[in-house]
Design a protein around this ligand. Sequence first.
Ligand code: MF3
Ligand code: CO
Ligand code: CO
Length: 269
Amino acid sequence: MASARGSLTKDGIRIYESSDFSGMAEAGRVAATILDDIVPHIKVGVGTGEIDLIITDMVNAHGAKSATIGYRGYKHASCISVNHVVCHGVPGDKRIKDGDILNIDVTVIVDGWFGDTSRMYAVGKLPRKSERLIQVTHDALFKGIEAVKPGNFFGDIGYAIQSFVEGHRMSVVRDFCGHGLGQVFHAPPNVLHYGDVGTGPVLEEGMFFTIEPMVNLGRPETKVLDDDWTAVTRDRTLSAQFEHSVGVTATGVEIFTLSPAGRFHPTYN
Ligand code: MF3
Ligand code: CO
Ligand code: CO
């Protein structure tokens, strides 16, 4: 068990050391590589449980550990959230059909460091509104990332995301948020994807956290199904999500979960 590093801010946010960035970069690279390597497996007719088993094998092949298997009773190496599922979709018998959009979210532990990332996949010909949803959600994540630098506020990240999304007449989910991470999966702060400039904790060099906006075509409200995990849009409209794990550097941000293959954004084919 590695010892806890660095110090805590008054908001309980851990400040990591500059030598800790390489551990996060390696964990992030493994998680992102798995999301790259799953691309050819996302086809019409494939079951979400099958996708998850392939991901489980990939995690093992990297010598990594799944952070989600055994987490609060969760049993899978990924969350797979199809169409109106907002997040925490549980892999199972469901099969992917033409025109579906899906988010796959993977968190791995490498040498004690957590890499957490998710992105959207699509099969077949998408309706224009699905393409727009994916594009806006992707760009919203990067609007948030652009707000990451020492001296800015966490509310600046939320504001950047919310104003961009609502400017496109879509809505930001309030019921789930990003989170601090590092040598733990979920730590302070809650990284809200909505908010006001100049509010919340101040960003400091050495903070590690995720930004993972969920965007709905309809209203923002969600509900959790009887499996106690799967969150869906209450109005059954489509939902999308992208997630990166990032660190605050002296001058800005390092994204730990960039796609080594340059495949973070889905291609619509
Ligand atoms: N990876 C998710 C996140 O972004 C958490 C999944 S927890 C699970 O925070 F148990 F549902 F896998
Ligand atoms: Co996360
Ligand atoms: Co995640």
